[in-house]
Design a protein around this ligand. Structure first.
Ligand code: C2E
Ligand code: CA
Ligand code: CA
Length: 475
């Protein structure tokens, strides 16, 4: 019994060892599969990412540089489509082997997608090292090998990005190498080094667009408020809402840095919705505190061309206890004229909902005031380029005066923007202009700064401004 028991124990041990061995081998194989590309046996995206991360740590610690090369084959798709997948696979294996063979042991060549390869040159001492390696790769792939009985001329395009000069993290480094690669491909130059001018193209635009999308949905947009002053009582009657982007790396960005990007990518729609909500939320808060101010929100041409926009505005308005008349929408003359039929339909609808519509930057386009009146537009904002220097420029003064006169004769209210000096304020006041905005009264302010402005400014309280106007008249 004892002997049998021992034999069974030994057998059990043997089986256990075999099982452990097998699972160890299987585990090794699974590990290999997880980190290497089955077709070329090159490291895959996962392992490559790990190596780049290691390279970043070493380079930071030892204050060294390294390069990342993105490589794409020039004619792979055509070869694959015309000669078949089998030849396509042979091409990829050929490229992998040749590239691997011409570089140092310490470099990593990886396949991260169809015909996309990446190369990590971890031990270069300078940029020249990367350029030499790129030329070596191109030379290694220059001949047209015979694969599966076909002579195939593959050709490759390489894009180089250097750490830390051109990017300080793995993701940016990869994007920049890709951008350089696209440039090399388009210009048929074989290889290209990432440069900052190159980066301003598609790559940075795409990155910024992604970040803007994130910013809109993650409350990174900040609203600033610039008071609009009514000349008659001489105090603030509304605020223009001006958006800024609080970018985590670049700081507070002005609208001209991202509105054009938003407009060209349709992100302007969610952006406008976010601004409208923010503006109405603030307006509601002020109303609760006993401050009755209109909020003026800027629209883009994309918004006024969108047939669903008026309904969207109505739905947002319904979320807040703000009367529609306290929401003013500003549409530039240029936006109005770009697609007049759609814009007109939109403006009429918004106006019938009880909202105030004003035409922004008036004087820069070719719309006629009589036409605007027909559109149910309530206000015209004279562009700041005419207002700013009207005290010293006679032509500007004439344009402003005739705009005020003609507008009034048609029953439109006239707002002047860009009032920077007391002199301009006085002239506009004398012309009977209705409202004014400008640095002279206040720059756009954050909500907190605007609250402080409301407490202390001469334009915030009726009586003090009356005194001020008397002063102005006698000055
Ligand atoms: P805008 O609608 O003409 O807005 C007035 C711009 O003039 C603001 O620039 C404001 O800071 C500036 N400004 C105000 N007073 C003066 C002054 O006395 N002198 C001078 N020189 N400038 C003055 P900002 O905030 O940089 O906005 C620029 C433009 O960005 C706006 O021009 C508007 O077209 C656009 N924008 C701003 N916020 C939004 C938004 O939420 N949506 C859309 N679609 N566009 C927006
Ligand atoms: Ca405006
Ligand atoms: Ca304007």
């Amino acid at each position: 019994m004892l002997a049998f028991g021992s034999a069974a124990t030994v057998l059990g041990l043997v089986i256990a060892v075999v099982v452990v061995r097998l699972t160890h081998r299987q585990a090794q194989s699974l590990k290999h599969q997880a980190m290497f590309d089955a077709l070329t046996d090159l490291p895959n995206r996962l392992l490559f990412a790990d190596r780049v991360q290691q390279a970043i740590l070493v380079a930071r610690r030892e204050q060294r540089v390294f390069a990342l090369i993105a490589m794409d084959l020039n004619r792979f798709k055509i070869i694959n489509d015309t000669l078949g997948h089998h030849i396509g696979d042979l091409v990829l294996q050929h490229v992998a082997a040749r590239t691997r063979a011409c570089l140092r042991e310490s470099d990593t060549v990886a396949r991260i997608g169809g015909d996309e390869f990446v190369i990590l040159l971890a031990t270069i001492s300078d940029l020249d090292g990367a350029l030499i390696a790129a030329k070596k790769i191109l030379a290694a792939l220059a001949d047209a090998p015979t694969l599966g009985g076909h002579s195939v001329d593959v050709g490759a395009s390489l894009g180089i990005a250097i750490f830390p000069e051109q990017a300080q993290d793995a993701e940016t480094l990869q994007r920049r190498a890709d951008a350089a690669m696209y440039f090399a491909k388009q210009s048929h130059s074989g290889y290209a080094l990432y440069s900052n001018t190159l980066g301003q193209d598609a790559e940075d635009r795409n990155a910024l667009q992604g970040e803007l999308r994130h910013a809109i949905s993650h409350d990174q947009l900040v609203l600033h408020y610039q008071p609009k002053i009514d000349f008659k009582p001489g105090h603030v009657n509304g605020v223009e809402v001006l958006v800024r982007w609080n970018h985590p790396m670049l700081g507070l960005l002005a609208p001209d840095k991202f509105i054009p990007l938003a407009e060209s990518s349709n992100l302007i729609k969610p952006l406008t919705v976010a601004v409208l909500r923010g503006a109405l939320r603030q307006c509601e808060a002020w109303r609760r505190a006993g401050i009755d101010l209109s909020v003026l929100v800027n629209l883009s041409a994309v918004n006024v061309r969108d047939p669903e926009f008026p309904d969207k505005v109505a739905a947002i308005l319904a979320e807040f206890s703000v009367p529609p008349a306290r929401l003013e929408l500003e549409i530039t003359e240029a936006a109005l004229m770009s697609q007049p039929a759609l814009a007109v339909a939109c403006i009429k609808k918004l106006s019938r909902m009880g909202l105030q519509i004003s035409i922004d930057d008036f004087g820069t386009g070719y719309s006629s005031m009589a036409y605007l009146k027909e559109l149910l537009v309530a206000k015209i904002k004279i562009d700041r380029s005419f207002v700013k220097d009207m005290a010293s420029n006679h032509n500007d003064a004439v344009i402003v005066r005739s705009t005020v006169e003609l507008g009034h004769s048609l029953g439109l209210k006239i707002v002047a923007e860009g009032v920077e000096t007391q002199e301009v304020w006085d002239q506009l006041h004398a012309l009977g202009c209705d409202d004014a905005q400008g640095y002279f009264m206040s720059r756009p302010l954050s909500a907190t700064d605007f609250s402080a402005w409301l407490k202390h400014s001469q334009w915030a309280a009726g009586e003090r401004v009356e005194t001020n106007i008397v002063d102005l008249k006698t000055a």
